[in-house]
Design a protein around this ligand. Structure first.
Ligand SMILES: [Zn+2]
Length: 413
């Protein structure tokens, strides 16, 4: 049952601007969409180039391009090379036609962005202390930040195509519902924010959104079977399988952090015992380092403690990159469990690439080397040798880029 069906179109594609019967409007929308999709994904193109992928006749494309120029959604962009005869006019998206708001909600921080239709970040801000709470007060503060951002860059609400939201925990993206965080509103988070902000909202789980970002803009581009790990305080997994984001029946696929590893282990915040996340996650790494320091362990981070500074995941990663032996040792130990968990995924899914993202990805070689060592030890060579393990190069921007990718994917569904 669809509880809150979402309607999302580029402004001119809403039926009110088109004429004719319902079927005629639909056909026209589809034709316009094919041209815009070509320009969005290819940047600049001539009518002849569009004809090839949009599978429509040359005169029809020429006439639709005229319409689109009139709507202001595309622009002329110089003259191309001649392939015999007159040099062709080139066209591109009008980056300022509409904008997409990107919202990356984390447990302790918030990232906000505004993109133009060329995928350029025209605004980006990180709020370092923005604790996630299940309350309307949190949402009011979030809405306030979005409004201030739009005012700062002088963008009217009518120019916002949609806001894409990335949030940790269980998310039913299709119905716009969150089950772990911000579940206070009876109508669901998507409907609530849509009502308060006045523009369409798309939301999904953080790891899946990051996977969309990697697929559209990162190392998963042009790849079909890729696992994207979000290693921050917890462990998330976004799966690209056969070229598509895999969400499962209710949109809950990818709860890799909650697979059982140690039945005799400790309680997880999901209520179960011995989940992978209780043995290997940023939260556990920070806790183990703090405990070591309490016991007198030498570390750069001991100085942090003495100076009254907070030892958090960011500080731990900085210490690792500065060569802190104790922090590197603790990370190494943790990587065995992670490696074992990944081997299960490799054996089940035979991915061509595993991308490590999230805060811990910033540890670079200090995470890639031990994880690949454990993977080599436990995996069947024939399968694992075909799997490349890499760090994300989108890093902190992966989820934000994913919100943009999610919105545009919906537009060109
Ligand atoms: Zn758990």
């Amino acid at each position: 049952m669809i509880k809150n069906e979402i309607k999302l179109e580029l402004e001119f594609l809403y039926e009110k601007t088109l004429e004719g019967t319902v079927n005629a409007k639909k056909r026209k929308q589809d034709q316009y969409r094919r041209i815009i999709s070509h320009l969005y994904y290819n940047g600049v193109a001539s009518i002849a180039e569009i004809v090839k992928t949009a599978k429509m006749s040359q005169p029809l494309v020429a006439s639709l391009v005229e319409d689109l120029l009139g709507f202001g959604v595309i622009l002329e962009n110089g003259i191309g090379e001649s392939i015999g005869g007159r040099r062709p006019n080139l066209y591109c998206m009008n980056p300022e036609y509409q904008y997409v708001v990107g919202v990356d909600i984390n447990l302790h921080t918030l990232n906000l962005a505004v993109f133009d239709l060329n995928n350029q970040l025209i605004y980006r801000e990180e709020f370092k202390e923005f604790e996630l709470e299940n309350s309307s007060e949190y949402c009011q503060a979030l809405i306030g930040k979005i409004n201030v951002a739009l005012d700062n860059i002088n963008i009217g609400r009518e120019k916002v195509l949609a806001a894409g939201i990335s949030i940790p925990g269980l998310v039913d993206a299709e119905n716009g519902l969150t089950h772990t965080h911000l579940s206070f509103a009876e109508e669901g988070l998507r409907a609530y924010l849509n009502r308060k902000l006045g523009f369409p909202i798309l939301l999904d789980n953080d790891a899946r959104t990051m996977a969309l970002g990697e697929k559209a803009f990162g190392k998963a581009k042009d790849k079909k079977n890729v696992l994207c790990l979000n290693l921050s305080n917890g462990i998330g997994l976004g799966m690209i399988l056969n070229g598509e984001l895999h969400s499962g029946k209710n949109g809950f696929a990818g709860e890799f952090g909650h697979i059982l590893i140690d039945p005799e282990g400790t309680l997880c915040n999901c209520g179960k015992i011995g989940c992978l996340e209780t043995l290997t996650s940023g939260k556990i790494l920070v806790r183990q380092i703090k405990e070591g320091i309490e016991k007198g362990q030498e570390s750069f981070l001991a100085k942090y403690q003495d100076e009254g500074k907070k030892i958090d995941l960011r500080a731990v990663v900085d210490a690792i990159l500065a060569g802190d032996q104790f922090a590197i040792d603790q990370l190494n130990k943790m990587c065995e469990y992670l490696g074992k968990g990944l081997v299960t995924l490799i054996h089940l899914l035979n991915p061509e690439m595993i991308i490590i993202g999230g805060r811990l990805a910033q540890a670079g070689k200090y995470i890639i080397s031990p994880v690949s060592m454990w993977m080599n030890k436990y995996a069947m060579d024939k399968i694992s040798s075909e799997t490349e393990l890499v760090n994300s190069d989108l890093l902190d921007d992966a989820a934000l880029m994913g919100t943009m990718a999610n919105v545009m994917k919906k537009i060109f569904k």
